[in-house]
Design a protein around this ligand. Sequence first.
Ligand code: ME8
Length: 637
Amino acid sequence: MNVFYITTPIYYVNAHPHLGHAYTTILADCVHRFHRLLQEKTYFLTGTDEHGDKIVQAAEKNKQDPQGYVDAISARFQTLWPELGIENSDFIRTTYPEHKACVQRILQKVFDKGDIYFGEYGGYYCYGCECFYTEKELKEGLCPDHLEKPHYIQEKNYFFRMSKYQDRLRGHIQDNPAFIRPQQYRNEVLAMLREPLDDLCISRPKSRLTWGIELPFDQDFVTYVWFDALINYVSALGWPEGELFRTYWPDAHHLVAKDILKPHAVFWPTMLLSAGIDLYQGLRVHGYWKVDETKMSKSLGNVVEPLEMRKKYGLDGFRYFLMRDMQFGHDGSFSEQGLVNRFNADLANDLGNLFNRTLAMTHKYFQGKVPPSAGWTSEDRDMADLGLSAMSGYIEHLEAFQLALGLETFWEFIRGLNRYIDAQAPWRLFKAGETERLGTVMTLVLSGLRRIALAVWPVMPETSETLCAQLGVRFAPEDVDLRRESRSWQELQPGIEVAKKSNCFPRQEFQLEAPEHKAADSDSKEPEVPEIQFDDFQKLDLRSALITNAERVKGADKLLKLEVDLGVSRKRTIVSGLAEHYAPETLQGKQAVVVTNLKPRKLRGILSQGMVLTVETPAGLKILQGDEATPPGSKVS
Ligand code: ME8
């Protein structure tokens, strides 16, 4: 039996869980559920990373002692996951005594081997990353990730001879193309390994930091947080003698985002080589979610709360959107409008309609029971073949963590079934009294619904279970084998009773507020706005425009100077109050709607020739945009 062990990063407890953490953990959950449907022996680990400077600073800021603080935040992660439909097998915390003992045991082993030495080091330390940078690695003197000035620290510390394992690691990556995927990250790591590797500083003197795991060979030092954290992947399995370790290691796949590529692709495997533990099987690296094209950050106030999304759009719609709209390995852009569009197109229209119409027809033509089926035509065979090949494609993509591609491939089958119904027109067969043919068509479609209901379980578990119940199909993951489903078409047995209605995915509207706010406000009257005549409206010349440049206006916190393109040689300068809502560099190339015939006005000495239309949202002003790019200068009415 195949064994599959999947892990997420263990998250720092200096921040509350947000969209990024939810994405990685939901993705791991989907992949884990998918491997369960391949009938493999599986294990799924997530957890929290609780030591280090950053955590102490966050606890101090919250006026709490570190232990009380980490207990509270870790609990937030632990209680969030079930709310997002995540079924992890275990949850590890680096403050657990078993983990600490395991870290000390590995440190001692590496020390005894002669791979740890004492030395002095000076370097640029970023507390956000919890790591040292060389001058070369800094970006104009700033941390390349946090863009903050690092602290120069010079002190005596213990070092791990990482450089000793550089060649073996490079050889392993070259010999095993699937070790790091997707390809661009493998290339990035190979490029890193072309330069000489520095040894890794793995301790912090207690005079500076006490919140950590004491070194077993020197009680004046604690362990560097990354050396401690990475070991969670084996300590949770009870390395070295634990039953779980013997079952699941080294069949591990570590899922991470690109921000922590180096610790996972370089620190961790060299640590394993030194400790004499087999290398993990694969590192899978995804990109970053941005929000409306901007980096998600507390200071910008655009952090997406997973539970709020669940409340607004339902859990499965949210999970589906995250999996469908992020191409694995690339960055994705989160927007609620994007979520609603995706929901309506794929779930309400394609999937929801297919179920609604099929169940309704089964009731109308066959009293709600799966009818008997007669011989297939070539169109029926083609339809079933599409079902098999869509399932094979789905499996292949999900094995590579490419959920967006997998879902896209599988939806070909869902759309195919809708087209098949349109072409076979059961309503005409019914009218013409062709009951036998009608039975064959309906059974084929109903059997197609069964495979859809099973296949969507990894991504939309609640929906899958509801759809199975509607089809009278008993669902248990241990009874489903997706590979078998990709090889043979299983027909539903005649006589099974199906539900009258499905209604899993009613169309969504873009909601600016959480539903309860809406309800609370529904009694209050709309604000009174004076009516205007249509002629008044027509006086406005509204045009679609392309923003070609944006910069801050000196001495004005709220203003941005925009250059906009209005089509054939019409360029305009517009001063707009957007500076608190958009970073100027994110606006270049953005579409907007502009009032072009507003009387020009001087603002801070700049002549503003028009106005950009914006929408007031709880997250601040948003530039009004159409749902498709339009040529600059097009009339808006
Ligand atoms: O780095 N888009 O923890 P962390 C996508 N404790 N994923 C995102 C994201 C975004 N915008 N923001 C965060 C640590 N993530 C260490 C890990 S492992 C031994 C130690 C996700 O809390 C993504 O998975 O900073 C990323 O790698 C992780 O959160 C970083 O979590």
